[in-house]
Design a binder for this molecule. Structure first.
Ligand SMILES: Nc1ncnc2c1ncn2[C@@H]1O[C@H](COP(=O)(O)OP(=O)(O)O)[C@@H](O)[C@H]1O
Ligand SMILES: [Mg+2]
Length: 272
């Protein structure tokens, strides 16, 4: 479980005004689970992600990952290994000269045998469907492929949780679908907990629970159906409804016999 206890995070930079990015926030994310975090730009999503893997330490309060407080400096690597973080821009995450080298990078510091590293690379690359590109130079890959390699690098650490911070924003539709399929499989097959930070409400529908963040505070936690049942309320937090949900609303208003909220095209098809 990741426990966020009364956490406040304040950015303090020289010659700059302080910014309170997270405000007295409480949250428990069980494992395994698949949660989404949504919120407008600047609502604190990335700050919360960094707090959950110890890249940032709370100004007040505590973040506890499977019983380890992120303030325990000597155990920070244990936490980083448990909670993998995948960022928005795959370009900034690739460091190796080959895909294999890139994926190996994180676990080379774990003191593993070459055989163990080899096995982990195999597992990670096949999980993201990139085995064939093992010896490929990463800069020749598409955005979606690069993002898959970034996920593989995190996977090679055998994390219990993976936080993905808007991982599909820079990708085309195909890349986006690939990433979402991989994420779902990691959860369903490997039982890795997924925390998907997203702007995209269609993606939030995939999660079991959705957290709405606004101005550093949690405004709502619920299932996707509960969240999109809020309708107009969600607009004031800078969010939108999935397209199919909006469409079903219009159809309902025109007299079609469908329930609200419809969350997927599949559901709509069954209704009609
Ligand atoms: N390094 C930083 N220094 C100062 N303020 C920051 C820094 N990073 C983020 N912020 C501010 O903290 C708030 C939350 O940012 P962030 O967590 O990046 O939100 P999100 O990921 O939801 O867009 C924003 O107001 C942002 O401007
Ligand atoms: Mg962000």
């Amino acid at each position: 479980m990741i426990e966020v206890k009364k956490v406040t995070f304040i950015y303090k930079e020289e010659n700059k005004k302080e910014k309170v990015a997270i405000k007295n926030l409480n949250l428990n994310i069980p494992s395994p689970s698949f949660w989404a975090i949504v919120g407008a730009n600047g609502s604190g999503k990335s700050t919360l992600a960094r707090l959950m893997n110890g890249l940032l330490i709370p100004t007040y309060g505590d973040v506890i990952v499977d019983g380890i407080n992120t303030k325990e400096e000597e155990r920070i690597w244990e936490i980083r290994q448990k909670v993998g973080l995948v960022f928005q821009n795959p370009e900034n995450q690739i460091i190796g000269m080959t895909v294999e080298e890139d994926v190996a990078f994180g676990c080379e510091n774990l003191g593993l045998s070459p055989k163990e590293i080899e096995e982990r690379i195999n597992f990670a690359l096949s999980s993201v469907g990139m085995d064939e590109y093992r010896n490929y130079p990463p800069h020749l890959l598409s955005g979606g492929q690069k993002q898959r390699v970034a996920i593989a690098g995190v996977l090679a650490m055998l994390p219990k949780y993976i936080i993905l911070d808007e991982p599909t924003t820079m990708l085309d539709l195909r890349g986006r679908k690939e990433i979402l399929n991989i994420v779902r499989e990691l959860y369903e097959k490997e039982k890795i907990s997924i925390i998907l930070i997203t702007h995209n409400m269609e993606e939030a529908v995939l999660a079991e629970r959705v957290i709405i963040l606004d101005n550093g505070e949690i405004k709502f936690i619920g299932t996707p159906r509960e969240v999109f049942n809020l309708e107009s309320e969600i607009f004031k937090w800078g969010l939108d409804l999935p397209l199919v949900t909006k469409l079903s609303k219009i159809l309902q208003e025109r007299g079609f016999d469908i329930y609200y909220p419809i969350l997927t095209i599949e559901e709509l098809r069954k209704c009609l």
